[in-house]
Design a protein around this ligand. Structure first.
Ligand code: GTP
Ligand code: MN
Ligand code: MN
Ligand code: MN
Ligand code: MN
Ligand code: MN
Length: 216
């Protein structure tokens, strides 16, 4: 048990790299661009195959570029607050204007370009939020995202639920984590699952091991 949680702690330290800042510090950078994304989740009583408790529904999306990510997008703080902008992006991408508040803010950090051309004018700050909603709202979002959402089939190819369980054959969360993610979305997902106790450290460690095998 102890081994599992220290491994997980180490993972958090490694992945939540440098460049963390508070929401207020982030807003002091007037030459930075800002993008806000949110992990929406709910509790659920449903069971897969009538026996595997799903426990939680966590929403992500398949983006236009084939990568998995959280709903949200660019916000210009000179035009709207970060949270207003995120709610506007949710209306565009999900078809539902889920209200997001400063209390839902989790972290802000720099997104450094992977290769070259790093300059202060192209600095992008990523703001991450988490919000718990009702299962009914999740279903409403999934319906709207596949029909009335302005970005459906364009910026957003579809909403997906994250499997948090591990099947007998080792599938589930571990297979999900072996897909490709935008930016630090994969770390944001893993850290949130741990912090909110949606997955136990031991189960997560197993899933991470499995996803490394699948990557190789
Ligand atoms: P609009 O064109 O204004 O609608 O913005 P958008 O929705 O196209 O922006 P997008 O959602 O792609 O987010 C902007 C930038 O933030 C991306 O280019 C990525 O670098 C980064 N990004 C996108 N999704 C995520 C995510 O889930 N997590 C993190 N950390 N970064 C993301
Ligand atoms: Mn987006
Ligand atoms: Mn968008
Ligand atoms: Mn925009
Ligand atoms: Mn937009
Ligand atoms: Mn865009």
């Amino acid at each position: 048990k102890k081994e599992a949680s220290s491994l997980v702690l180490q993972f958090i330290q490694n992945t939540m790299a440098s460049g963390q800042m508070s929401r207020d510090e982030a807003l002091e950078c007037t030459s930075c661009r800002h993008a806000c994304h949110v992990m929406l989740y709910s509790e659920t009583a449903s069971q897969l195959f009538g026996r595997i408790p799903i426990r939680y529904i966590v929403l992500m999306q398949m983006r236009f570029d084939g990568l998995l990510g959280f709903p949200g997008g660019f916000v210009d703080p000179s035009e709207e607050t970060l949270e207003e902008g995120l709610t506007r992006e949710l209306l565009e991408e999900l078809g539902v204007a889920v209200p997001i508040s400063t209390e839902d803010h989790v972290e802000s950090c720099f997104s450094l370009p992977c290769s070259g051309k790093y300059s202060s004018s192209s600095r992008l700050i990523l703001h991450f939020y988490v919000k718990k909603i009702e299962e009914d709202q999740i279903r409403e979002i999934e319906k709207a995202a596949a029909s009335t959402a302005a970005d459906h089939g364009l910026e957003v190819l579809g909403m997906v639920r994250v499997p948090l369980y591990t099947t007998k054959s080792g599938g589930g969360l571990s297979s999900f984590l072996s897909h490709s993610f935008i930016g630090v979305a994969r770390s944001q997902l893993i850290n949130s699952l741990l912090r909110l106790h949606l997955v136990s450290p031991g189960a997560l460690r197993e899933a991470l091991r499995g996803s490394q095998r699948k990557h190789a």
